[in-house]
Write a protein that binds this ligand. Structure first.
Ligand code: GTQ
Ligand code: FE2
Length: 356
């Protein structure tokens, strides 16, 4: 028996060199398995604390200059289990911009979003539309949209950037173009897309836009939070409590084709049911105090913290307060997985799983 295996092994190795010269190969005994029964992510669950991030941001603000050419000053949320990026598909960074600074115009195939964490007085121009950025606003930078930012306020400003850089890289579809002019010209109606679609319940009569490209570039905090407040009276979701996805107003699909964005609230004292799903998630805690258990590790979080949840990791959320709801902003790659037919989810009985 073992002789047969040995000779097969020897023959496979002997063939390897010849096959290689024709750009072919056969499986070798040293290869890992072709498939695993379920996802085995190298990404590690991670938690960043607000106080640490604040200190580090101040440090990079004091020691790193913005240079000509449109560099951004960002603190990247890294993962020890990945060669780069925050999750297998997403890059999450915290952008720190000082009064008077301009992050000059460029565009890229990676889709991007900004979620404003702190400060006021900065604006962004996206494909000729200019928006002031205020706390809790979501601004989109769809693939190949020109974008630049300028801070006209008097205190540092901080926002979250999330891009699907690792997804675009894995498909070898990276394009990047810088602009000769630092800032774009602004259209006659600078908030054009918001005036057309911002209500999300009405749209202009005889509108010719089709849903393939979400035309709406900004989702103001007040409108999103009002929607969440209304939804909080509905029966909760067992896994996410109250969670609303930012949508393309033309078809109700995700705001960006590859990236999911979600505003979520956890009722006082709630402890959600555990589940797992394909796709990775980055959480930003806007307010409240609670915990998230990821594959048995408990992250105790407060306002300003970030967390990253690997694909197929079992997770559940707890609001530690008895009287105050918690609010979280969530970014995921689930729209990309759905489009590729790769989205799967299941509830997990944690007590049952623990016994096995
Ligand atoms: O502001 O355009 O954090 O292009 C990473 C890449 C921000 C941006 C990031 C970018 C930007
Ligand atoms: Fe960019």
């Amino acid at each position: 028996m073992s002789e047969t295996v040995m000779s097969d092994t020897a023959q496979r190795q002997a063939l390897a060199e010849e096959l290689d010269s024709f750009n072919c190969r056969i499986a070798q005994p040293t290869d890992g398995p072709l498939f695993t029964r379920e996802p085995q992510s190298t990404m590690q669950a991670a938690h960043w604390k607000a106080a640490d991030l604040a200190r580090l941001l101040e440090k990079i603000g004091a020691s790193i200059k913005l240079e000509a050419g449109g560099q951004r000053r960002t603190l990247r949320l890294a993962n020890r289990g990945l060669p780069f990026g925050t999750t297998p598909t997403l890059w999450a960074s915290i952008q720190y911009i000082l009064p008077g600074e301009i992050a000059t115009a460029h565009r890229h195939t990676a889709s991007a979003l900004r979620f404003i964490m702190q400060g006021r007085g900065a604006d962004t121009i996206v494909d000729g539309e200019r928006y002031e950025m205020n706390e809790g606003d979501l601004v989109l930078t769809p693939a190949m949209a020109w974008h630049d930012h300028e801070h006209k306020g008097d205190k540092p400003m901080i926002w979250l950037d999330v891009l699907d850089i690792s997804l675009v890289r894995s498909m070898h579809a990276t394009f990047f173009e810088g602009s000769a002019t630092p800032r774009q010209a602004v259209l006659d109606i600078p908030d054009h897309s918001y005036r057309r679609y911002g209500s999300a319940i009405m749209r202009p009569l005889n509108d010719r836009n089709t849903p393939e490209l979400n035309p709406l570039l900004v989702y103001p905090a007040a409108r999103a939070q009002e929607a969440l407040r209304l939804a909080a009276a509905l029966p909760p979701d067992p896994f996410d409590d109250t969670a609303l996805e930012y949508v393309n107003p033309l078809d109700g699909g995700p705001a960006l084709p590859t990236i999911g964005t979600v505003l979520q609230s956890l009722r006082p004292g709630v402890h959600t049911q555990a589940h797992r799903h394909t796709g990775s998630v980055v959480y930003y805690v806007m307010r409240g105090k609670g915990a998230t258990v990821v594959n048995g590790t408990t992250f105790e979080w407060g306002a300003g913290d970030f967390m990253a949840i690997p694909p197929w990791a079992v997770h559940e959320h707890i609001n530690r307060s008895d009287d105050t709801p918690a609010m979280l902003f969530q970014v995921n790659d689930i729209p990309a997985l759905r489009k590729l037919g790769l989205y799967r989810e299941e509830a997990v009985d944690v007590a049952e799983a623990g016994r096995n």
